[in-house]
Design a protein around this ligand. Structure first.
Ligand SMILES: [Zn+2]
Length: 317
């Protein structure tokens, strides 16, 4: 029975989330650790191994009883070799690192590596908001803006990076994106870009964003901080998020025109926490750029915080 259990890990810039799942994607154990900010990829690998071990214990099994372990990592990944080239949001991970082989040695189980957004899309396709439809566009609105594509029932990855909706141009010659291009949706909507803008605005206008961050002892503006600022009627937060929604609307509306998907699934740290009201706003912002009628149905991702880890547990070598 236990031989059917799998481990899945979502590695992010702030946390490492591990889960143990059944064949049907049910979560039967989990553990979470803070992503180390020192020691680079080797330290991250140590903590992944610890998280998997803790998750297995919480599920009442040993790591060696797991069928396999999958890891969703940010950035460019070579799944076959188990190498993560550069994990953009993880401190000190700027060189290729053989994460798969390292973890196999530590855990004694087969380890598969995938891209974090790609595995989250796969989880939504199998067990979440993409269930039962032949096509959808997944948009993960968080620190960056990730995307994934399911067409004719197939998760389309192109040569590895299809679905990068965050780096579609929404304003030619516009703001510089972290990727080096100009005018990307992510440069207007990603949490990292939003925070940079907020810091600049704070020199000119009054905003409670950084006050809330100080009170919560955070050194960056989390999704929760943006939401609290909105609740307090903060105009800077409102203006920047309005601009973010407009940028997402252009990218999503244009994508829908090209792909004619049945659903648009919005997830990610900001996307999920902002909730249904903002889903409607994104839909309205996309409408002027959508050729088709009727438009697709807009829904929130269903698997929340655990989607990435659940999706990773589906990876096989
Ligand atoms: Zn970009």
């Amino acid at each position: 029975m236990t031989v059917l259990l799998r481990g899945g890990v979502d590695v992010g810039g702030t946390k490492i989330q591990a889960v143990i799942t059944t064949r049907r994607g049910r979560v039967v154990g989990g553990a979470r650790r803070v992503t180390p900010r020192e020691g680079g990829p080797a330290a991250v690998a140590d903590d992944i191994a610890l998280a998997v071990t803790e998750a297995a214990t919480s599920a009442g099994v040993r790591v060696r009883e797991l069928r396999s372990v999958g890891v969703g990592a940010p950035g460019h990944v070579d799944g076959a070799a188990g190498v993560v080239f550069k994990a953009a949001n993880i401190v000190g991970w700027s060189e290729p690192f053989a994460l798969g082989p390292t973890l196999e040695q530590r855990l004694g189980r087969p380890v598969a590596i995938g891209n974090d957004v790609s595995v989250a899309v796969e989880a939504e396709r199998r067990f979440g908001a993409g269930r039962g439809v032949r096509s959808f566009l997944g948009v993960f609105w968080g620190t960056g803006v990730g995307g994934g594509l399911v067409l004719d029932g197939r998760h389309v990855v192109g040569r590895g990076s299809a679905g990068e909706i965050g780096h579609m141009c929404v304003k030619p010659g516009g703001r510089r994106c972290a990727c080096g291009l100009r005018g990307c949706a992510e440069a207007y909507a990603g949490r990292a870009a939003l925070e940079q803008r907020a810091r600049r605005e704070a020199r000119k206008r009054k905003t409670v964003l950084f006050e809330i961050a100080r009170k919560r002892e955070r050194d960056s503006l989390t999704s929760g901080i943006w939401i609290r600022a909105l609740e307090q009627g903060d105009q800077v937060a409102r203006d920047l998020l309005d601009e973010a929604v407009d940028a997402l609307g252009v990218a999503i509306g244009s994508s829908v025109t090209l792909l004619d998907v049945e659903r648009v699934v919005i997830g990610g740290g900001i996307g999920e926490r902002l909730g249904p009201k903002w889903l409607t706003r994104i839909e309205r912002a996309a409408a002027p750029h959508t050729f088709f009628s009727p438009p697709p149905v807009y829904v929130l991702a269903e698997l929340g915080d655990l989607g990435g880890a659940i999706g990773a547990s589906l990876l096989t070598r």
